[in-house]
Design a protein around this ligand. Sequence first.
Ligand SMILES: Cc1cc2nc3c(=O)[nH]c(=O)nc-3n(C[C@H](O)[C@H](O)[C@H](O)COP(=O)(O)OP(=O)(O)OC[C@H]3O[C@@H](n4cnc5c(N)ncnc54)[C@H](O)[C@@H]3O)c2cc1C
Length: 483
Amino acid sequence: MSSADGRPGPPGKGRPTVAVVGAGVTGLAAAWELAAHPPPGEPAPRVVVLEAGARPGGKIVAAELGGGPVDGGADAFVARAPAGVELCRELGLDGELQAPAANRALVWTRGRLRPLPQGLVLGVPSDLVGLARSGAVSARGLARAALDLVLPPTAIPAGGDMAVGALVAARFGREVQERVVDPLLGGIHAGRSERLSLAATAPQLAAALARHRSLLVGLRREGAPQPGAGPVFLSLAGGLDRLVTRLVGELRARGVELRPACPVQALERSPDGRGWTLRTPGGTVAADAVVVAVPAPVAAGLIGAVAPSAAAELAAIEHASVALVLLAYAAGDVGRPLDGSGFLVPRVDGRLMTACSWYTSKWPGRRPAGEVVLRVSVGRWGQDPMALGDTEIVARVGRELTQAMGIAAPPAASAVMRWPEAFPQYTVGHLDRVARIEVGVAAVPGLGLAGAALRGVGVPACIEQGRQAARRVQAQLAPAGAA
Ligand SMILES: Cc1cc2nc3c(=O)[nH]c(=O)nc-3n(C[C@H](O)[C@H](O)[C@H](O)COP(=O)(O)OP(=O)(O)OC[C@H]3O[C@@H](n4cnc5c(N)ncnc54)[C@H](O)[C@@H]3O)c2cc1C
């Protein structure tokens, strides 16, 4: 049995210690799995969570805007992926799950705000009428999109991967790719569809093409959302950070030690080769197993000595930086009805903003009546906004909002949340790279790795990955009493 911080551990046979590095949703979910779901008949291990920042939650955070909270990172999660809802249920939060009040998204393209086409699957049309009605593409673009119905099948290269943008452009033409798919799928990843991996970011498209010559027909038959299928997104009443606060409360109640402001600087095998030593500015922490749940560039540095090839692969994953601009306006200053959830902005339209979410329309009741809050995203891969100062970002976004939404007055309050290197880019071949990383990590006993850079950037995917990594290291711990 190892001890932590040089303090002697419980004498004799006791519980092993698992250190979780990073208290984003991935690390917190790993800690939850360890603390709340030990193998049958076994006590839970001692769990220590080491977090570099002052607060847990990582990219889930309640930001302050004009004296009240607004989601400053993720604001909702996909309901279809079960891990998010499942964790909320386990935490007794199911009564607080909340679907957005507005779902209709728009796109700012070809000179004005237009409805996003009906029947999109990851941004890809499954309905030509919906595409025509939206006006997001020109008549010529629409005619080109219709060719999907008659074009010969598109071969997916051996190895099973290609760029989503290339596939969509081949089937529907560049206009659909640039004005619909790129802002939507690219927006999820702050990336460009011409670089994103089909296998990693849009496997539904490959599945539809495997059985249908036309992508449109394939998606309509197999992938399009069914009416009445329930909400696509969910959050929690008050804001998504409620998940973090409840999770942290429940972890603490189970004896999990959460140490904020405690960055792990190095991860080393213990001299006896059976455990781990984690170096932090406050001293060392000893553990029998470790789950690394930090962003890929940091993880690469931490595991470099013990899993060098996995570390090199992790370090090679590119990231995009974004800024989220939070703006509060008096409702009377907004020159159009807020009849939707917000809008996306294609890269080809040459704006600074990539999306604008109408926060108070999606989540009514969270802010004082008469106030409109917008969350505007800036930056994507190849367009790093980090060099821009806050004043310039707010001013430029304000000018674009005047053009898009007729907002004439300056915001009553604003805040800029900076998320440098926040969005891992799942480029072509990503899943093969992740498989190689996983092989490298699996070869190191007592080491787990999880996080948004691997198998999904969304909150449910991170939760699932954190829990899986925890289960893997848990399975390698000696049963209590055998230590
Ligand atoms: C602006 C924005 C909006 C988003 N919107 C959505 C959304 O609406 N829905 C959705 O599903 N997803 C969304 N995402 C993506 C999602 O929020 C993230 O992918 C997810 O939260 C990542 O969780 P994580 O725990 O893997 O990483 P993080 O949240 O980055 O957590 C990693 C933690 O590790 C800590 N850390 C770093 N270095 C060290 C160290 N050396 N030692 C100890 N700790 C360290 C960090 O401080 C951080 O707390 C959004 C992301 C951003 C940036």
